[in-house]
Design a protein around this ligand. Structure first.
Ligand code: PMP
Length: 394
């Protein structure tokens, strides 16, 4: 089997598995004061340190959640509500404008839409991207100048479908100059590039994209940034996210984050695999197109198309060869739809329907690259033979 779908979910790292199995043997609630409770608490706090280190943040800024979907929802709703409580006398502190880029994950796009329904004074606007999938800074600059009240900008550090790295430092500077808050979805970027939380007010992470388990993530919140909890009940996590912590999930997340602490070598290895994949693909299939080629992309992600071979055909064909990839957004897995990210980049629908994503990670090898290219070559031959037979018959 050749698994090239790490942006959907990265296989569980052995370090995470062993941290999780150990955590499962601790029969204690992290909030209990007895010895077992303290042992559970120590696991949670060690993981918090490790996740904070991955993001360049402090442990006390990390809130564990059930994944990045919850984190993005918590950040958007929590900030909007928090900005009301923040300083009710000052209208300028109230969030009235939310800017999201067109290439965000649905957990940001859909939540932002809901935000405008729940808080009618909030106007949500989308920021365009350039043909290379990079957020248009000029559009952001203009957008931030208009309107009263505080703005919240939500962007990703790098795109999960194309791997395009976004200009977070520049966006952060524009946001700061305008007094706006900045939420950075760092899910695909974490471990694949250095993260610097000092640019952000909120940052989201997801364990299962790093080789940790599914169903656990984090929201990192800067000191003083408004946040009203969206899950209420117990006083866990300083009251910011009620509910007994997912002990084994958090332990696995912490272990995955820890294994990425000096990941320079690993990033170079992934870049080598990605480069090799693209070279071999273009050598074997000269008409293949790599989206965002020549621009700054994650070391581990390539979004490409073989014109004439639809993603649907390719995914089924490759699956038969034991090669696993994605088309479009993987969170809606099982559904082969044209990617909203490619549409935002102005890619025409016919080509976008052929778009595939290969994403590499800790378990990927050169063997996977070779098998994937061989399978694609076979498919392209089969599709060609099929269409020339069709022509003859016609
Ligand atoms: N943001 C991005 C950019 C993602 O790729 C994903 C998952 N595909 C999420 C958020 C949601 O993460 P989770 O699966 O942890 O809810």
């Amino acid at each position: 089997m050749h698994y090239l779908d790490h942006n959907a979910t990265s296989p569980l790292r052995p370090e995470s598995l062993s941290a999780m199995t150990h955590a499962l043997t601790i029969s204690g609630n992290p909030s209990s004061v007895h010895a077992n409770g303290r042992a559970a608490r120590a696991i949670v706090e060690e993981a918090r340190e490790r996740v904070a280190a991955l993001a360049g943040a402090r442990a006390e800024q990390v809130i564990f959640t059930s994944g990045a979907t919850e984190s993005n929802n918590l950040a958007l709703f929590g900030a909007a509500e928090g900005s009301l409580a923040d300083d009710s006398k000052s209208e300028t502190r109230r969030i009235t404008r939310v800017f999201v880029s067109t290439i965000e994950h649905n957990s940001v796009l859909v939540a932002a839409g809901r935000l405008a329904e729940r808080f009618p004074w909030i106007r949500v606007a989308t920021l365009p991207v350039t043909a290379n999938g990079v957020i248009d800074l000029e559009a952001l600059r203009v957008a931030l100048r208009e309107g009263k009240g505080r703005a919240l900008v939500a962007i990703m550090a790098a795109n999960n479908e194309t791997g395009m790295v976004q200009p977070v430092a520049e966006i952060s500077q524009l946001a700061r100059e305008a007094g706006a808050l900045l939420l950075v979805d760092a899910v695909p970027a974490a471990g694949k590039m250095l993260l610097d939380f000092s640019f952000c007010d909120y940052m989201t992470l997801s364990a299962h994209k790093l080789g940790g388990p599914q169903g656990v993530g984090a929201l990192i919140v800067a000191d003083g940034a408004p946040l009203v909890p969206q899950l209420v009940g117990g006083g866990q996590q300083k009251g910011l996210r009620a509910g007994t912590e997912n002990l084994s999930g958090i332990a696995g997340f912490g272990a995955a984050a820890h294994s990425l602490r000096d990941a320079e070598g690993e990033r170079a290895r992934l870049a080598h695999l990605t480069d090799h994949f693209e070279l071999a693909l273009k050598r074997a299939i000269p008409e293949a197109i790599v989206f965002g080629e020549g621009f700054k992309r994650l070391c581990s992600t390539t979004c490409f198309a073989v014109p004439g071979v639809t993603a649907e055909t390719a995914l089924i064909g490759m699956d038969l060869d034991g090669v696993m990839m994605s088309s479009g957004s993987t969170c809606s897995s099982g559904k082969v739809a044209v990617s909203h990210v490619l549409v935002a980049m102005g890619v025409d629908e016919a080509l976008a329907s052929c778009a595939l994503r290969a994403s590499f990670g800790w378990s990927s090898t050169m063997n996977d690259v070779t098998a994937a290219v061989a399978s694609l070559v076979k498919l392209r031959e089969r599709v060609r033979a099929h269409s020339s037979n069709g022509k003859e018959a016609a």
